[in-house]
Each structure stands twice: as structure tokens, then as C-alpha cells.
Design a protein around this ligand. Structure first.
Ligand code: NAD
Length: 449
């Protein structure tokens, strides 16, 4: 099938490469010239495991191209390409609006408007961006006069696992038009696009536009709530001298609860969960259903409090003031296996500590360049050893595997103070304490408590 992908960021670049790998002919379109230049050279413009190999393979096949020029999508009436319907995926960003909770959908609107002159009857525009409920119906009014159709197909990929999540998602959701014949035509095109995962038994849920939009925001709201739930338990554990990791293990054995997303620590960040729950609250307010989501305010507040708590704990450990202290921060990305620093809890904590007078050195296996661009006032080191040299305290804030596997005995030889704060409950306290370190973590008692 012939496919275009509007927006080639964390979502769109992976989607374009995976679709080409399924055997489709794909053109990725983005307004960012530098990004497109990298992609044209089969270079991944961001860190995502498996993407470089996939890009190389897909571009080597000749089925994947990238451009900034949307007019490549126009087809001459009567040409063989014009008779064949194209599927156009919209994968552009929907960031939080400045000074508001609501999502900025202007990029989605612009991408669809840019497509309009190139749509032909029978084409299908497919929204994948995370949008406020009601967006699809509004965009369908723009698309339908061209004779093309619109569907919504929310995306659930996790950065760090984006390739496999796109190839074999947990489920596919199609939000289809209300007219049965149009819905059947749109579904047939999507079934063709996703023939590979569907043939491997990936479950499919078909729904109307608003339900499909809400599936995505509801899923993110649930995940954020689960993380903030265990972090609320961590706050109580801290007050009561209990251990949240044991509590999480014990409640996670209950099938109805399950062990996933019960890792207490510094909380969630990134380009999705924080802005998505805020946009969800804003949209519910517009719809007059704000009471239904007031709990998400608390979910957000619990999450943000963990960052403050981490800073307090670090200050306590270095003797009550950061002045003249050196703080090593392991991790800058919002989570491991990604270079994404959007709303990164690690960088938020690092910056707060810096503002309170410490000398802060941050390291990360993939995100230093991105972090330096946004926080030039922080210092950066390329290795954990370099960052920790003469540090008064070491903060593990993003649980990259190489940090989980650090040798406390070796690290103990280069620091000034053997104090480690485990912001992700990713280290073994017994091992670190055995090597002479003071180990502190969110939601866990200090040794001897
Ligand atoms: P991103 O910022 O990495 O990528 C967006 C891209 O769109 C950028 O490269 C930008 O240059 C491009 N763009 C902007 N306007 C454009 C236009 N008019 N035409 C063509 N390209 C344009 O963002 P992302 O993380 O890929 O997220 C995209 C959407 O997918 C968001 O709605 C997000 O919430 C959703 N989503 C993201 C993830 C994720 O893990 N990143 C997962 C699921 C859903």
C-alpha cells in the first residue's frame, strides 16, 4: 500500500520505518529540515533501540523515503497512482499549551490542512497523535469534502520499546466514521496497512471517533494513577518507617492489581503522561465533566511532590545545605533507553539542586546533548565515574542498566562522600551498605530505622 506519515518524531519516524518494513511504500514528511536530512541518510534523529537497523533495512529496500516537501504526495488525475487510495498518518506533536493545561492541536490542524490539496477521493487520513476528544469529528469536516475519509488510530508505543510496540502492539484501535459504508471502506484500508500484526493475532477494537480518542487518554490516565498511587504509598511508608518496595511486591501478587507500574520512585515525566493527563482534565472541563477527573489533579500533584522530596533528601544527606557541595546525577532522560528529556524528573531535580547552590554534574548514556541544550547551566560528564569524582552525594535518577550495575566498591574510591540516593529503587541497598555507603531511597526506611 502507499502510505504517507506526517511528522517524523519519536512516534512518526518509527511508524514510517515499521510500515515500510511491513512491505508498504512509505514517504515520511516533516517540517524539520535537520531531522529529515538525518532520516534521508538512514540516521535515526533520536535514540531508540532497534531504529537504526530498521531504518537501514527499510531504506535499503527502496520503500522508505523522507522529505520536507508535502507536494510529493500530489498525484496527477488519470495516473496509475491516482486510482490507488493512499493512507496518510498524522503523527505530529500535541504539546501542552503555554500557561494552560489544554493540548495545543495547531500542529495537527496544520498537518491536515497541508494534506488537503493532495487528497484524492478514497484516500484515508489516519490520526495517530494524542488529541482532545472531539478533534477527529472536527477534522473529518475538513477532510470529507475532498472525497477522502478520516479514521483515528491512537498510538500506545513506549519509547525505548517503540519498534517492537509498533510491530506487535498490545492492541489496535480504529475510530471509524459513523456512516457504515465509509466505515467499512476505512476499516478495509487499515486492515491492509496492519495485515502483518493482525495476522499474528493482535487484538483489534473498532469504535467511533470519540471513543477511540478517549481510549488513549484513559489509558494514560490509568497508568499515571497507578504510578502516583504507589508513590502516595511511598509517602505514607516514609512517615511510618515502612518499605514501599516490599509493599508493592506484596500487593502486586494480587492478580487484580498486578506488579507492573508499581515501581515507587521519582515518578513519571516525558512527552506524554504529564501533558496528556492535564489535557484530559482541561477537555473534561470544557465538556462539563470536570468533576470526573478532579482526581487527576492529585495524581499530578503526588507526582510533582516526589521531585521536591528527592531534593530535600539530597540536601539532608549533604548536611542541610548544598552550598559548596558537589552532587552527581546519574540519568538525564525521562526514562532509560531513551534520549527524550521532555519533562524529565531527573533534570528537574538536577536543576532545583543547582539553583540551591550545589555544583551539579549530570551524566546519561544517550541524553547529554539534548539536556545540555535545555539546561546549559548544568555540568555534564560522559561517564558515571567522571560525574561521581569527588561527589558528596550520588543520585540515581534514571535507571539505565549501566547505573543499576555500578560497582559500589569501585565508585566508593572516587567519591568524597559515600552517600547514594536511589530515586528509582533500582539498587540493592544491602550491597551498597555492605560497601560502606549510606543508602537512602524514596519510600524506604533508612538503615537502622
Ligand atoms: P515529536 O515532537 O517527537 O514529533 C513531532 C514531529 O512533528 C516533529 O518532528 C515536528 O517537526 C513534526 N511536525 C510538526 N508540525 C508538522 C507539520 N505541519 N507537518 C509535518 N511535520 C510536522 O513528538 P512525538 O513524541 O512523536 O509525539 C507525536 C504525537 O504522538 C503526540 O500527540 C504524542 O502525544 C503522541 N504519542 C507519542 C508517543 C511517544 O512515546 N513519543 C506515544 C504515543 C503517542
Amino acid at each position: 500500500m502507499r502510505i504517507s506519515v506526517m511528522g517524523c518524531g519519536y512516534l512518526g519516524a518509527v511508524h514510517a520505518a515499521c510500515m515500510a518494513d511491513f512491505g508498504h511504500e512509505v514517504v515520511g514528511v516533516d517540517v524539520d529540515e535537520a531531522k529529515v536530512k538525518d532520516l534521508q541518510a538512514a540516521k535515526a534523529p533520536f535514540f531508540e533501540p532497534g531504529l537504526p537497523e530498521l531504518l537501514e533495512r527499510a531504506m535499503g529496500s527502496g520503500r522508505l523515503t523522507f522529505t520536507t516537501d508535502v507536494t510529493v504526495l500530489s498525484r496527477q488525475a488519470g495516473s496509475p497512482e491516482a486510482d490507488e487510495p493512499m493512507v496518510h498518518f498524522v503523527c505530529v506533536g500535541t504539546p501542552q499549551r503555554k500557561g494552560e493545561f489544554a493540548a495545543d492541536t495547531s500542529y495537527v490542524d496544520a498537518a491536515v490542512r497541508n494534506l488537503l490539496p493532495h487528497l484524492r477521493p478514497g484516500d484515508l487520513v489516519v490520526g495517530k497523535s494524542t488529541v482532545p476528544v472531539g478533534t477527529a469529528a472536527r477534522l473529518a469536516d475538513l477532510v470529507e469534502p475532498t472525497g477522502a475519509m478520516l479514521a483515528w488510530n491512537p498510538e500506545f508505543l513506549r519509547e525505548g520499546h517503540a519498534v517492537v510496540d509498533t510491530q506487535r502492539p498490545d492492541r489496535l484501535v480504529y475510530g471509524l466514521p459513523s456512516d457504515p459504508a465509509t466505515a467499512a471502506a476505512a476499516k478495509a484500508l487499515l486492515d491492509g496497512v496492519y495485515a502483518d500484526p493482525l495476522s499474528h493475532g493482535v487484538p483489534l477494537v473498532t469504535a467511533d471517533y470519540p471513543t477511540s480518542e478517549l481510549v488513549k487518554t484513559a489509558a494514560n490516565a490509568f497508568l499515571a494513577t497507578k504510578i502516583s498511587f504507589i508513590n502516595a504509598m511511598a509517602e505514607v511508608c516514609e512517615a511510618a518507617g515502612a518499605d514501599v518496595t516490599q509493599l508493592a511486591t506484596a500487593i502486586g501478587h494480587d492478580d487484580r492489581i498486578g506488579p507492573k507500574f508499581l515501581g515507587a520512585g521519582l515518578g513519571f515525566g516525558g512527552g506524554c503522561l504529564p501533558k496528556d493527563i492535564r489535557a484530559f482534565m482541561a477537555r473534561a472541563g470544557e465538556l462539563g465533566a470536570d468533576q470526573a477527573l478532579t482526581f487527576l489533579r492529585e495524581v499530578d500533584a503526588i507526582n510533582m511532590r516526589r521531585r521536591v522530596r528527592m531534593v530535600e533528601l539530597a540536601r539532608e544527606v549533604v548536611g542541610g545545605s548544598f552550598l559548596g557541595r558537589k552532587v552527581a546525577v546519574l540519568g538525564a532522560a525521562f526514562k532509560p533507553d531513551s534520549d527524550d528529556i521532555r519533562d524529565s524528573p531527573a533534570l528537574n531535580v538536577a536543576a532545583q539542586i543547582k539553583l540551591q547552590g550545589a555544583d551539579v554534574v549530570v551524566t546519561d548514556p544517550a541524553a547529554i546533548e539534548n539536556a545540555r541544550r535545555v539546561w546549559p547551566e548544568l555540568q555534564f560528564a560522559t561517564t558515571a565515574e567522571e560525574a561521581c569524582a569527588k561527589a558528596d552525594v550520588v543520585l540515581l535518577l534514571t535507571e539505565w542498566r549501566e547505573y543499576r550495575e555500578l560497582d559500589p566498591a569501585k565508585l566508593g574510591e572516587i567519591v568524597r562522600g559515600k552517600h547514594v540516593l536511589d530515586g528509582r529503587n533500582a539498587l540493592d541497598p544491602a550491597v551498597w551498605r555492605g560497601a560502606g555507603w549510606t543508602y537512602r531511597a524514596l519510600g524506604r526506611p533508612r538503615a537502622g530505622d
